[in-house]
Design a protein around this ligand. Structure first.
Ligand SMILES: *Cc1c(COP(=O)(O)O)cnc(C)c1O
Length: 397
């Protein structure tokens, strides 16, 4: 039996209790139903279930599984969405959400500043199937206005872009999209489910890579697509269950437990990120400190209005370019060199040579991915140790 959220439960309570499914043993901790299939009491019952499965009835783990369903219910309750479909990774969620709703001849308008794999799906995959895709500067409302037409069916954006942390005015873009009859699909990883107000601000579909803050401990891949029940069950589920991007029950169990502590972790990480951004600002070795929580961020006011907090990731641009960036990274002792984000461990990434290596130089320049740019995902360590580590590494440059 699924534990339905009570009306009025607040997010911290939902993140602990929503969607919990208990067996006949009424265990406290959520069990892992590590099973690919389910036994039917009779041939007639199998026939009936394939015709229409009830709320607590499952057929095959590619279609759904009780542990995965518990994760879906909890994250949907937290985000304030009707329903969710969990996927094998964040990219299975992005590609699944888009492929499920688009067909040849459709028009998509997307912000240009995107995670590398999102850009690949839009630029290289969708266009192969006759979908027209136009990219705009996500912070330029006139560019959105010019690109969105009555033929546009989907608008896609990262509410806060990776790695340059541009914040898109979601209500304004959603209004333009809805006026044209298009649906707004938001990759909301950097906003996190804790600080997200995407649905209230006009998003029709919200996507997370659960690999990031939802796990938060760097253990497994996962993703989730959220929206109206009609969209999730009528559009997404048929596509996902036949194309195979399902989340594993084991990963769903890890991520379900990740949700339990998500609020505490993200708030602590964001508080440290704010303190570190302020401490780094104006450092002589840095050309720029980019963080939505700083008053000099170009979209600081928008970030404040549409997010419950500034996020857990900042970017710094070393004035000395790639050589300085590498020297800085190699001098870090607490912060790890890796490419995840949202982890309990602080992580430094050099986008130009790793996550965004594939992009030609002119595109990197257009996106602000300079040779000196480093993305810092702030973890749960003592903020004083992080500050000391960053300052010592800057001194070594
Ligand atoms: C990481 C990330 C993804 C992809 O998620 P995976 O779980 O790695 O597949 C998509 N969008 C954004 C913004 C991301 O940061």
């Amino acid at each position: 039996m699924a534990n339905a959220p009570e009306d009025g439960w607040r997010p911290r309570t939902l993140s602990v209790h929503a969607g919990a499914r208990r067996s006949q043993y009424a265990e406290v901790a959520e069990p892992i139903w590590l099973t690919q299939g389910f036994v039917y009491p009779s041939a007639e019952a199998a026939e009936a279930r394939f015709l229409k499965a009830g709320a607590d009835e499952f057929i095959y783990a590619r279609y759904g599984n009780p542990t995965v369903a518990a994760f879906e219910s909890r994250i949907a309750a937290l985000e304030g969405c009707d329903d969710a479909f969990a996927t094998a990774s964040g990219m299975a969620a992005v590609s699944g959400a888009l492929m499920a709703m688009l067909r040849a001849g459709d028009h998509v308008v997307a912000a240009r500043a995107l995670f590398g794999s999102c850009l690949y799906v839009l630029e290289e995959v969708l266009t192969r199937f006759g979908v027209r895709v136009d990219f705009v500067d996500g912070t330029d409302l006139d560019a959105w206005r010019a690109a969105i037409t009555p033929q546009t069916s989907v608008v896609f954006l990262e509410s806060v872009s990776n790695p340059t942390l541009e914040v898109i005015d979601l209500p304004a873009v959603a209004a333009l999209a809805h006026e044209a009859g298009a649906r707004v699909v938001v990759d909301n990883v950097f906003a996190t489910p804790v600080f997200s107000r995407a649905v209230a601000l006009g998003a029709d579909v919200v996507i997370y890579s659960a690999t990031k803050h939802i796990d938060g401990q760097g253990r497994c891949l996962g993703g989730v697509i959220m929206g109206s029940r009609e969209y999730i069950r009528g559009t997404v589920e048929p596509y996902m269950k036949h194309t195979g991007g399902a989340m594993s029950p084991f990963n769903a169990w890890v991520l379900l437990n990740g949700l339990t502590t998500l609020d505490l972790r993200v708030r602590a990480q964001a508080e440290s990120a704010q303190a570190l951004a302020e401490a780094l600002q104006g450092h002589p070795k840095l050309g720029q400190v980019i963080f939505p929580g700083l008053a000099d961020h170009p979209q600081h006011a928008i970030a404040k209005a549409q997010m419950g907090g500034p996020g857990t990731v900042l970017a710094i641009d070393l004035a000395g370019g790639k050589e300085a960036a590498f020297r800085f990274m190699n001098a870090l002792r607490v912060v790890l060199i890796s490419n995840n984000l949202g982890d309990a461990r602080s992580i430094a990434t050099h986008p130009a040579t790793t996550t965004h290596q594939r992009l030609p130089d002119d595109q990197k320049a257009a996106l602000g991915i300079t040779p000196g740019l480093i993305r810092l995902s702030v973890g749960l360590e003592d903020v004083a140790d992080l500050r000391d580590d960053l300052m010592a590494a800057l001194a070594a440059v």
